[in-house]
Design a protein around this ligand. Structure first.
Ligand SMILES: [Zn+2]
Length: 314
């Protein structure tokens, strides 16, 4: 290791969580959130949140630095760099990193926890960036890039330079879904497959197999936190903010304990043959999404946002 390199051989610092995230503005007329919140979890790990003022999806993005490259997981729900300056934000973080740890040809990889548009819309901002690779969005491209085989049982490692990630295929919410484990911090990114929000399961057998794969993984690896793509649940058990809600003052924390995986697996198994909507304390399982369910969700969100615009904060 030369002096300019970050010492990933030393134990990772504890990491700064929980944190108060931006969660929308109390009034649509007085927007107070920045477009992106940048949270340094530790000096080599950043968690970013897109503002609810920019997109109701308000996804979380993750930036990991290594000595040879950095990797960004997800690019948010908004393409427009004026409304959502992701490239500028990430470039500034890379520049700060390179000031402390100078290195020629330092690369940025842009990848995704899955390929839904609320996690990929900002890709275009990186297309002309030098020293940047953007991972494709199809399951085949994702698996080829990370070397995941078919069948997809084994994790594959990805080297950032002194810092190694393990990538697991976890289809079910989306065919290209992956989980990402950082051996240094022992954080496990779970995307929209496991998060404190509405878990839309489009392929239940695949989802169960993925939770089983994750359960085996957390059993055999130390995991500090599970970190997902959204927070949609309130602190009140089993209650979510409506779909499209733009203000979430009483959100649950983003981070979930690793023990949540086996308990979610048994809960999902118990309803696997009965499509429907199943609320749990910290998430809601949508097993099959029917048109009636979507209409109810849209109606509830529309009413909620009407009250928000009128200043009657629910
Ligand atoms: Zn999402």
């Amino acid at each position: 290791m030369n002096a300019a390199e970050f010492d990933f051989g030393a134990p990772a610092p504890p990491g700064d969580l929980p944190v108060r995230w931006i969660h929308g503005s109390p009034s649509p007329r007085h927007r107070s959130d920045p477009a992106i919140q940048v949270h340094a979890y530790d000096p080599a790990t950043y968690i970013l949140r897109e503002s609810k003022d920019v997109s109701f999806e308000a996804p979380f993005l993750y930036l990991f630095f290594g000595n040879e490259r950095a990797i960004l997981f997800d690019t948010g729900a908004t393409a427009d760099p004026d409304r959502f300056p992701l490239r500028r934000t990430v470039d500034a973080l890379v520049e700060t990193w390179l000031t402390a740890h100078p290195r020629a040809g330092y690369e940025l990889v842009v990848a995704h926890t899955h390929s839904h548009t609320d996690h990929t819309a900002g890709d275009a901002q990186f297309r002309d960036r030098p020293a940047c690779r953007i991972v494709g969005r199809s399951p085949e491209e994702v698996r080829r890039f990370f070397g995941l085989s078919d069948p997809v049982d084994d994790p594959r490692s990805f080297d950032l330079g002194g810092r190694t990630l393990d990538v697991l295929a976890i289809p079910g919410h989306h065919p290209a879904s992956i989980a990402v484990y950082d051996r240094w911090t022992t954080l496990l990114l779970t995307g929209d497959t496991v998060c404190p929000g509405r878990l839309y399961v489009f392929d239940m057998p695949a989802y169960l197999a993925s939770l089983q794969r994750l359960a085996r993984f957390v059993e055999t690896h130390p995991v500090r936190w599970l970190l997902g793509g959204h927070v949609e649940m309130r602190r009140t058990a089993g209650l979510d903010y409506p779909f499209r809600a733009k203000y979430q003052p009483e959100e649950r924390p983003l981070e979930m304990p690793p023990e949540r995986i086996p308990s979610l697996l048994s809960a999902a198994r118990s309803v696997a043959d009965r499509p429907g909507v199943y609320p749990f304390e910290d998430c809601i399982l949508y097993h099959g999404v029917r048109s009636g369910t979507i209409l109810r969700m849209l109606g509830r969100g529309w009413l909620w946002n009407l009250r928000y615009r009128l200043g009657i904060i629910p």
